[in-house]
Write a protein that binds this ligand. Sequence first.
Ligand code: 2AM
Length: 173
Amino acid sequence: MRLFIAVNFDQEMKESLIDAIGRLRAVSSKGNFTRAANLHLTLAFIGETDRIDDISAVMTDAAAQTPAFDISLGEQGHFRRGSGDIRWVGIGEGASELSELSSRLTSGLIAVGFDVDRRFTPHITLGREVSAPRRADTAPQPAKSRVDKVSLMRSDRVNGALKYTEIFSAPLI
Ligand code: 2AM
């Protein structure tokens, strides 16, 4: 299974992101845009494994040390790729709490033998392989979301489309 640990969003934040994706799509000559159901923020990317119990234990432990907090949407940004940009939205409020939570998770995963990247750039991907003016104003409307759990997500390709399914979650305190 291809797995990652993520934060999912409240409806208000999802709607703001869906609106921003619509505006980005409108100014793009090409792009593979995130479907509404797939909007998320990755805290730790694990990759192919079937060690669900070990991951769940790490998540439970990290979550039990982390008070719930709010996040808000931040600046828009991009990662340059040969096939077109990854366009994303960053985090304003709550960015340091997210980093701390990501760090707890990655440290725990590394301690039980997973080869995960410690680097963390909190971002919400709006689209991949996007060709659009980088300065186009596709900033989302301000929105907040409560982070009160972490989710273990499984990524599948179904008929060519990415589908993410929550297979475990651990509540923050
Ligand atoms: P992305 O949105 O920037 O592509 C599921 O694929 C999630 O895991 C996405 O949030 C994706 O980030 C992230 N992801 C995929 N491969 C990754 C990798 N090698 N390192 C870090 N994150 C990765």
